[in-house]
Write a protein that binds this ligand. Sequence first.
Ligand SMILES: Cc1cc2nc3c(=O)[nH]c(=O)nc-3n(C[C@H](O)[C@H](O)[C@H](O)COP(=O)(O)OP(=O)(O)OC[C@H]3O[C@@H](n4cnc5c(N)ncnc54)[C@H](O)[C@@H]3O)c2cc1C
Length: 212
Amino acid sequence: MKDFKWIIVGGGIHGVHMAIRLLEAGLTSIKELCIIDPHDELLARWNKNTRTTGMTHLRSPSVHNLSPGAHDLERFAGKRRSRSPDAFRFPYNRPALSLFANHNTALIEKYDLGHAHLKTLVSKIEPDESRVILIAKNGEKLSASNVILSLGVSDLASWPSWAPKGRRNIQHIFASQEILPASESERILVVKKKSLQCKFLSEWRERAIVLL
Ligand SMILES: Cc1cc2nc3c(=O)[nH]c(=O)nc-3n(C[C@H](O)[C@H](O)[C@H](O)COP(=O)(O)OP(=O)(O)OC[C@H]3O[C@@H](n4cnc5c(N)ncnc54)[C@H](O)[C@@H]3O)c2cc1C
């Protein structure tokens, strides 16, 4: 059974940030740390969800970044004169999604977090007196002195009961699979308010891709 000082379950925004914090605080070395996440890469869910929406800038300010240093992202963007004019947006100095993503990639490389990444799902956790035993989906057992759970929201997107399932033209924007692109004759309709959703689902049924 592999043993670690720290195991972080979930390699999203919070899991990656916690890993960096632990390393910076000297509470662990990279060899004693394991980040368990089923995706091929760390931050996969964040990257997929933000890409799917087509957002260009974060809604949070530049100081909310994955580095322990609040101004690290601004430094990463380089001197004001040489930055792309769209690197940060008013209000709150919100960074471009691409800049944020490049900064994250640089941090993952800097702290060598890829080497701590174990691609699997944790299906069971059994704490005993001194250690925590984690059982992976494939049956592998791991143990740790400390465990952080940073699971985020579920992969099961919340599907409203009134929306029909299994139809190509009704998709949930945060479903785990990629959104199917619209054909040239189709329009994409993004609906949020329930009363509008019911109306549009009946009226636009055959002509639009509706993102719930
Ligand atoms: C479109 C969009 C835009 C956003 N913009 C902003 C913004 O501008 N600013 C902001 O602050 N927030 C923003 N958010 C919110 C932000 O994405 C979330 O707060 C953040 O991603 C949560 O991070 P997390 O690490 O907790 O979870 P996640 O990013 O969901 O990561 C959790 C990870 O844990 C893994 N996991 C779950 N269960 C297990 C298990 N049993 N075993 C192993 N791994 C497991 C999952 O597969 C996943 O990879 C936005 C969200 C969306 C969808």
